[in-house]
Design a binder for this molecule. Structure first.
Ligand code: PHE
Length: 464
């Protein structure tokens, strides 16, 4: 155990890795479609408010817990809760986090796998052929989801890539991958944004996104914005805590947290600008918003000049974003096994990777390939049907908000003012007014907002 804990090589290494975790399918797939369903404008504003009031303070808290304890999600609570009210019961928050990481990774990898299939199709020209007939693409997509062998194949490839990175550790694996993936991702996004400015739908897209119409705002959309801020920032399950545990003491936590939240938000908005500009360029009816990325976009891509290149670049972008997120999910589970069971990193990543892969097969074949698994519906709503739907519902609507609430309460009420202040000012210098402001948000505002989500889920005022 005396082995020195691995560290990021510097401030940039941490920021890129953590931004890589945050930026993923949540930004490129989920945010655009929920923005679409909630009619843009006002929803985007509420989302920005949620990121500021709940996202940033909890991001600071998670990184703080990790760096202060120098441990994984479970170990952090063992060290920090010692001799405090609640004591070892707090370890439950860490266990919940590790379990949530395991679950999210199992189904996230399945969707991430689809992007690989789309890259291949974009390059081979198959996507272009299908895209000229929207019904053909729709039925291809349905058939693809219902084909268990293909679903398992792409799931395995994506999981293999994830294990392949985490296997090499913090510096040589995760940080190195982030330093390649993130700049490429950003460059592709910029190219696509510039391209979207030239499309006829650009102005309408900007108006849709930035002209708020508060009449359209419902309580459900406020809750959805809040709930999504956890998923998109990778909060509530120890990913930022684990990454924070590799952060150097001389780097600033508040500065890093604000930068990561800003980057994540910027990329979500850029994704919306690109997708809505293209969609609004045509009089195209979006029938099923949750599959915009896989059935609507290809059709419009190929109506525009350069559709081949644009679509190939786009799916490459999505797969890169997803990979930098799956890496962080696996790291939460692996670092737990490394610290707590004393396993070597290789053993931890291979064993945990194999277990998650096997569990993920259930999700992979529940999309139509296997009748019984597709029909399971423990929650009882159309959107929660199947193993896949059930797990996503439980993780995004329950485990992350509950985990986030407990992290906020622990940091705000169990750790003392001085303990937090000392860790936050280390590497940052005196925080001035920002410290009491953060302390207020983490003690009162964030728990109240997250409590509201949880109560509303209990009462069935659904936001999914
Ligand atoms: N933040 C990632 C996304 O937006 C998903 C994620 C959630 C990653 C939780 C790690 C932990 O896609």
């Amino acid at each position: 155990m005396a082995k020195q804990r691995a560290q990021w090589s510097g401030h940039l290494g941490f920021i890129l890795a953590a931004a890589g975790s945050a930026i993923g399918l949540g930004n490129l797939w989920k945010f655009p479609y929920i923005t679409f369903e909630n009619n843009g404008g006002a929803f985007v504003l509420v989302y920005l408010a949620a990121i500021t009031v709940v996202g940033v303070p909890i991001m600071v808290a998670e990184v703080l817990l990790g760096r202060k304890s120098q441990r994984n999600a479970v170990g952090a609570f063992r060290v920090l809760a010692q001799g405090k009210p609640g004591g070892r019961a707090w370890l439950g928050v860490g266990f919940l986090g590790v379990m949530t990481g395991f679950i999210i990774l199992s189904y996230y990898c399945v969707i991430a796998g689809w992007t690989l299939r789309y890259i291949l199709m974009a390059v081979s020209g198959e996507l272009g052929d299908l895209a000229y007939h929207p019904e053909a693409l729709e039925s291809f997509f349905g058939g693809f989801l219902g084909n268990p062998l293909e679903q398992i194949l792409y799931h395995c490839v994506f999981m293999g890539a994830t294990v392949g990175v985490v296997f090499f550790g913090v510096g040589k694996g995760i940080e190195r991958a982030a330093k390649i993936l993130m700049p490429v991702l950003f460059a592709i996004l910029v190219v696509l944004v510039v391209y979207s400015i030239s499309t006829p739908g650009f102005r309408q897209a900007m108006a849709f996104l930035f002209r708020p119409n508060f009449h359209e705002l419902t309580t459900g959309s406020v809750l959805e914005a809040l709930g999504h801020s956890f998923f998109t920032l990778s909060l509530g399950m120890g990913a930022m805590l684990t990454y924070g545990s590799y952060m150097r003491k001389r780097d600033s936590i508040p500065r890093a947290a604000v930068t990561i939240c800003a980057l994540d938000t910027l990329i979500a908005i850029m994704a919306c600008v690109i997708m809505f500009s293209i969609i609004f360029s045509f009089d195209f009816e979006v029938t099923k918003s949750s599959s915009i990325l896989f059935t609507t976009l290809p059709v419009v891509f190929f109506k525009l000049p350069g559709g081949h290149v644009i679509s190939a670049l786009f799916y490459l972008l999505v797969s890169f974003a997803a990979l930098s997120s799956t890496i962080s999910l696996l790291e939460v589970v692996s670092s737990y096994a490394i610290d707590e069971f004393g396993w070597a990193r290789r053993r931890a990543t291979l064993t945990m990777g194999a277990a998650i892969l096997a569990f993920g097969v259930l999700s992979a074949i529940s999309l139509g390939g296997h009748a019984a698994l597709s029909n399971i519906n423990l929650i009882g709503r159309p959107s929660t049907a199947g193993v896949f739907g059930t797990l996503d519902y439980l993780a995004s609507n329950w485990f992350l908000p509950v985990g986030g609430l407990l992290i906020a309460l622990f940091t705000g009420w169990i750790l003392t003012r001085d303990e937090c202040r000392q860790e936050l000012e280390e590497g940052h210098g005196p925080m001035g007014w920002a410290y009491p402001a953060w302390r207020f948000l983490i003690k009162f505002a964030a728990p109240a907002a997250v409590g509201a989500i949880i109560v509303s889920v209990i009462l069935g005022a659904e936001y999914q």
